[in-house]
Every structure is written in structure tokens, then in C-alpha cells.
Write a protein of this length. Sequence first.
Length: 223
Amino acid sequence: MRYYNQTNYPHVPYPTLTDLPELGRSDTTVRDAGCGLCASCMVVENMTGREFPLIDCLELSINVNANHSPGTDLTVLGPYIAERFDLDLVITDDPELLRAHLKKGYMAVACSAGDRPEEDYIGVFSHGGHFIAVVGIEEDGEHITVLDPSLMPDKYQEDGRRDKVIVNGNVLHTTMKVLAEDCRYREIKYYADGDFKKWLEQEEPDANKDRYFLFSPKASESR
């Protein structure tokens, strides 16, 4: 299975936060902010069998201004990826749509919301916002396979994560229940003060509620 880890690319520049010139950074790299790029490449390559090099995804993101956010805005980038690879794209906040999508053999990018200190909840896939690739589901419709672009040794041995994820090389095994809880929308008021919160506050109220990006072959091609 094709796998990209953003931590392998500290040498590849990826400027972000271009929406806010006073906060925009030119020194960020794929290691810092490339989870959305990596997750998108993994979904495309593993689902279609076609190559989508990380640098191609990065250049596309910059060209369409999907790097205007603290990382990658997949509501902007996703449609361009779908167009390039002749895919359909559904963007949703409904985990049941994701479940049905996976059961058809398709793949998706999911956005983890991270820690929720107001609920004493520790983020499973990240302590902050993070994109992951969801690449399979078992026959029971509950157990899923995930590729985490920031996987590091012992990441899933932390309190709050242990027993929720099984690590097998670069592949993670978890459940829809765990994923849905980890991707649940978090109100902006609960975020810690900082660049990310400032960016969220300038966005449309519903702009960040969609958590799942469902890619599939175009209907005419999947028959």
C-alpha cells in the first residue's frame, strides 16, 4: 500500500496562512503542514493505481490557493484533485455517509479535530487538526483501515490513544466509532488563542464543519 509520511519532508517548503499576511509563514514545510497533501496522495494512488507525487499535490495546492489556511484547505483542493483524476467528490460531516462510501470499496480523507480539553478528550490521531487517509472497512462495517501521514514510533501508546488503534507497520486499524468521535466538530470558542483560532474566526461559520472528503470513480466509470 502506498504511504507518505510528512515527517520525511522537512526540506520541502510549503508556505501557509496566506489569507492572513500578518500571520502567513514562508518557512513552513511539508513536515509542519503537509498532512492534507500526504493524505490526498495516498487516497488517489491507492484507490486509482495512478501516480500522484507529493510535489505535484503541493504545487496544485499552492496554485489554487488551498494553502491559504494553516495547512491545506481540502474544500478548495479536493475538487481540483477530483477533476484531475476523473473522480467524484462528496464533502460531508456525516460519518454514516463515510461508512457507506467505504463499504463500496472507495476511500476518503478525514479531518481529526484533535484534543478537546473542555471535555477532557485527548485526540487520537492528533492533538491538533490533522488529515488522515481512510482506505478500507471490514465486512462488519465498523472496523476500518487508516493511513496516518504523521505516524511516529509510540504515537499510539499515549494515554487516550492506547487501545483505540492497532499499529501494523504503516497501517492503522481502528473503528468507525473512534474515528467519528475524533473528527467531531469543535466550536471555535474552545480553541486555544493563536494563529489557528484567528484563521478560524475569519472563515465562514460553517466552513470547517465538514470532516470527510469522499473520493470515488465517476459514476459513469464505476458501472
